[in-house]
Write a protein that binds this ligand. Structure first.
Ligand SMILES: C[S@@+](CC[C@H](N)C(=O)[O-])C[C@H]1O[C@@H](n2cnc3c(N)ncnc32)[C@H](O)[C@@H]1O
Length: 220
């Protein structure tokens, strides 16, 4: 098990105390069905080095293995889906790097264990790319990335065979908040039903053409 504290200063400045494995599992067991649904989306806004996200990925990959372990292409597609549905934000750059590496390591070793010499580099490159987009360094309170721009997350969907669609959303839109949110008085004046606001569907800021899951890194 890794240490729960990196330094006293980090605990004081960022509340950084990592969750131990037993608690991670107990909490994830509360939503067990979702952790075992390959395409169920998880977003952790203070993901640290990935204690929760790595366990979610392990559980999803166990299901991918059970269902699709006999066909390499199917396994690769659904491993892609499993990784692509996991999102995280942390304010500390080293945590983000560690989280990405950890998730990559889990996917790489599971894939390698099953298919050994048949492993395809382009699949692993696609996984790396997903993690570079889905796990981000930023402030989950202001919803801004380390460079001050809004945090943007891609939504990935496997649509036809090996084709993937990508739509980008700001984190703020996904949370249904605005940096210039109207006050309740303004809403009342406009006769907007406050209860219905939460049901608004976020709009993507960018749509990408369909592409093979092996070629997502070519988007940029
Ligand atoms: C209590 S630790 C939990 C880490 C991880 N979720 C776990 O359970 O092991 C809190 C994490 O939040 C991060 N953090 C603190 N303030 C943040 C902010 N405003 N936005 C994003 N992450 C933040 C810290 O760097 C730290 O990794």
């Amino acid at each position: 098990m890794t240490a729960q504290v990196k330094s006293k200063q980090r605990v004081e400045e960022h509340g950084e105390v990592f969750t131990n494995e037993r608690e991670v599992n107990a909490m994830l067991d509360m939503v067990k069905q979702e952790t075992e649904r390959i395409d169920s989306r998880f977003l952790e806004p203070a993901c640290g080095d990935g204690n929760f996200l790595s366990e979610v990925l392990r559980r999803k990959l166990a299901v991918v293995g059970e269902r699709y372990g006999k066909s390499q292409l199917e396994y690769e597609r659904y491993m892609f889906v499993a990784v692509s549905s996991i999102y995280g934000v942390d304010i500390m750059a080293d945590n983000v790097d560690e989280c990405r590496e950890r998730l990559y390591g889990i996917a790489e070793s599971e894939y390698g264990r099953r298919f050994r010499d048949e492993r395809r580099v382009e699949v692993l490159d696609a996984i790396r790319y997903l993690l570079s987009k889905n796990i981000q360094c930023g402030d989950a309170l202001t919803l801004t990335a380390a460079d001050g721009d809004p945090i943007v997350f891609p939504e990935w969907s496997l649509v036809k065979g090996s084709k993937v669609s990508r739509r980008d959303f700001t984190f703020a839109a996904l949370l249904n908040v605005s940096t210039q949110a109207p006050t309740f008085d303004m809403l009342d004046e406009l006769e907007v039903d406050r209860d219905k606001l939460g049901a608004a569907i976020p709009k993507p800021i960018k749509n990408y053409p369909l592409t093979s899951f092996l070629e997502v890194a070519k988007y940029e």
